[in-house]
Design a protein around this ligand. Sequence first.
Ligand code: NAD
Ligand code: TYD
Length: 337
Amino acid sequence: MRNLLVTGGAGFIGSNFVAYMLEKYADYHLIVYDKLTYAGRLENLDRVAAHPHYHFVRGDICDAALVRDTIRTFHIDTIVNFAAETHVDRSIFDPGAFIETDVRGTYVLLEAARDFKLERYHQISTDEVYGHIPAGQRSRETDPMLPRSPYAASKAGAEHLVYAYHITYGVPTTVTRGSNNIGPFQYPEKAVSLFATNAIDDQPLPIYGDGLQVRDYQYVLDHCEAIDVVLHRGHIGEVYNVGTEIETRNIDMAHKLLDILGKPYTLLQYVTDRAGHDRRYALDCSKLRALGWVSQHTFDAALEQTVRWYVDNPQWWRPLKSGEYLDYYRRQYIERL
Ligand code: NAD
Ligand code: TYD
């Protein structure tokens, strides 16, 4: 492994992963391939822009010719696929974009991995493929995928293709299924980045339904480290869950976030629930721990660090809250707030 194509590397997790890998591996080359949708920002990569082992290609993962050309040009031996449409609420408005990028895009990358006989194809997947998990249970990698949102279904569809390409064509694949990530550079549409930036500006925090839904919020760099571990020590053809195994209710997350900022709970506003809202995700991460990975951040530490970053970096998120974002925000929240 030497030349990694990081698709979706200008997004939240991908950009953190690129910075992490460049710092850790002096001899690796990281080639970001990204369409720069609303969620992809070149400024997320400013801190690595001058690094001699970093390159950027603007492109769509559905563009097979450009994907192949990029693999040839940069002698790519490994693909790490972060590229995706990623927000559940947007998938409820517009499932088509999710099927196109998350499913068809994955197919295009797998075809390339197969033709070029790459050393590894790694798929970034999500705990959402398991669907809602009843209290007392935890998802293991062998459990069935029962996705319930268009986003989760697209990610599950992509994973089925990854498995099929491994079995049918022998493509050396690995998959990680991560829980909710929080940290720097998360587009302010996801719960924690939205709540932090709204609270800083004394704007309401929209709590869907009763706010008792359970998520496992992990720090983004823990997830990046897990991907690194699976790339280097994971077994070909295998899937690994990645999370803290700490369960947090959304309302408790919101209270803690307001406490960190010293803002009043009156900012909380209960709004109409998301259609098909999964009430609980909960992973069993023992398979990954057996490879030697441990999550470094508790939920409280992860939230504190994340909120502080948004306080310290308004120049990053404030300009995002305009144009396309405001259109989306109005569409998503106007009748709810
Ligand atoms: P993000 O929305 O911040 O970034 C997605 C990136 O993909 C953007 O840079 C975007 O420009 C790019 N992209 C979108 N469509 C593309 C296309 N057709 N071709 C090339 N690039 C394209 O997403 P994120 O939160 O960083 O998530 C990254 C990956 O991790 C996704 O696959 C997501 O499903 C998965 N994941 C996310 C979380 C989370 O909590 N955010 C948790 C588990 C798994
Ligand atoms: P989100 O960050 O969209 O991640 P996901 O739905 O993929 O887990 O949402 C996290 C949780 O927060 C989820 O239960 C939905 C809830 N939520 C709200 O209550 N209000 C909001 O405005 C958003 C965006 C999410």
